[in-house]
Design a binder for this molecule. Structure first.
Ligand code: ADP
Ligand code: ADP
Length: 222
């Protein structure tokens, strides 16, 4: 579903991601585990087509993210890290906006918006500005936007970072639910997150991949 080959990003003289190659098979939930500054977000953005690589390639569902950006982006839902500010935009307004960006119209558009609002239990907050919602709700709005066009692949950048324990539990439950029908990559700096939701993990440090393992194998090594 995802295949990177020698994926590399340089910022000026600094190499943030250094020749990363890995594959993600259908149905996997891959943990992309590493300390802050390791290159996780940079890698997630390159796979999601939001940042051009300096070298190397990434393919999603067979589509090269640079050569076939539209087909690749159609296959991907992306949750950016943190909590971007949306100004005055309401949760419902944001979903309408994302539906516009995704080119959803007519019956499909109504059906998809209805489906994500129900799946992520957003019915009660649609009129509220996103910036006034709790962090847990804001993350749910982000997840709703990510799955709005029903992509087979999800890229989730630190999906539970900054949430309290209850909210973390809730979001992990949602991710497990989504993993029944989608292939998922999760970036995280927390081993516990890998245990909770991932079927396999790779470790990234200083821009390089160090290991490819199941959570149980990581436990034995640590
Ligand atoms: P992680 O997500 O693992 O915390 P990042 O991918 O955000 O790591 O960053 C990897 C490295 O690249 C870090 O050293 C970071 O400072 C650097 N970096 C990230 N974005 C930029 C940028 N836009 N310009 C310059 N350096 C950057
Ligand atoms: P781009 O405009 O960067 O080429 P797209 O055409 O895929 O990329 O549209 C993505 C834009 O739509 C993003 O820049 C963002 O504003 C918005 N968007 C789409 N999905 C999401 C999401 N899950 N979370 C936040 N913003 C999203």
């Amino acid at each position: 579903m995802i295949e990177t080959h020698e994926l590399t990003k340089r910022y000026g003289g600094k190499t943030a991601v250094d020749g990363i190659s890995f594959r993600v098979e259908p149905g996997e939930v891959l943990g992309f585990l590493g300390p802050n500054g390791a290159g996780k977000s940079t890698t997630m953005k390159m796979i999601a087509g939001f940042l051009a690589p300096s070298a190397g390639t990434a393919r999603v569902c067979g589509h090269d993210v640079i050569a076939e950006p539209l087909a690749a982006k159609r296959a991907i839902g992306y949750l950016p890290e943190g909590a971007p500010s949306y100004g005055e935009m309401s949760a419902g307004g944001f979903l309408q906006f994302v539906a516009d960006v995704r080119g959803l119209t007519g019956e499909v558009r109504r059906e998809r918006i209805g489906a994500v609002v129900e799946r992520l239990a957003l019915g009660g907050v649609l009129l509220q500005p996103i910036d006034t919602l709790s962090k847990g709700f804001r993350r749910r709005v982000g997840l709703a936007a990510a799955i709005l066009h029903d992509p087979p692949v999800l890229i989730l950048d630190e999906p539970t970072d900054g949430l309290d324990p209850n909210q973390k539990h809730e979001v992990r439950g949602l991710i497990r639910e989504m993993s029944r029908e989608r292939t998922i990559v999760i970036s995280t700096h927390i081993l516990e997150e890998v245990d909770a939701v991932c079927t396999r993990a790779v470790i990234i440090a200083a821009g390089r991949l160090l290991a490819d393992a199941t959570p149980a194998e990581l436990e034995r090594r640590s």
